[in-house]
Design a protein around this ligand. Sequence first.
Ligand SMILES: C[S@@+](CC[C@H](N)C(=O)[O-])C[C@H]1O[C@@H](n2cnc3c(N)ncnc32)[C@H](O)[C@@H]1O
Length: 205
Amino acid sequence: MASEGLLPRRIRVWSAGCSTEEEPFSVAMFLLDHFSVENWEIEILATDISSRALARAENGMWPIEKSAELPDHYRKSYMLKGTGTFANLMKAAPELRARVKFQRLNLNTDPYHPGKFDLILCCNVLIYFDADSKKRALERMIRHLTPTGYLMLGHAETLNGVTDHLRTVGPTIYTTPTNAAGTRIFDRSRFSVPRTACGPCGSRS
Ligand SMILES: C[S@@+](CC[C@H](N)C(=O)[O-])C[C@H]1O[C@@H](n2cnc3c(N)ncnc32)[C@H](O)[C@@H]1O
């Protein structure tokens, strides 16, 4: 709808319980690849309860051998190759990092970030919650979805019996009941980047 001029050309994604950098940077690469930065404002909020995981995530670094797991054009466009003593590392490029903001947030107790999101990823997080906390967290999250927004859970998770305020549009992908574009969704398999941590980098990988 935004591309038809009916909505602002802005995409906001919340990776809730991101753990480390893979999830938010995967989404950032996907969005930068599909939406021109001249025409679209792209913001990704990545939150987690673990300060340690966030500290590592903000580094946005991977061992260079993980580059083999990235599509070539993602690696060339969005990764910097380490030099000297960091030759064994690659790092997310500045244009990627500029679009991802990390913030510590306990989904059970903290106020949620203000504003609405076009996509909320909450993958493999609610499995740690009891039934009441899961319901409460989900109902709070739903209030942060745009009318055409999507919520994506982990592969093995379900909303069955937890809330009636969303409808299923794909395996563990949900949207608001009023979203007419409900089935025009992306392929979740594209949101996968290598796992791991590390130090400073320089040229394009
Ligand atoms: C298995 S990881 C999932 C990471 C990522 N979403 C993925 O699917 O690869 C679960 C994450 O949930 C976070 N988490 C657990 N309880 C949380 C809470 N109450 N609030 C926010 N994050 C929480 C953990 O710190 C951990 O990083």
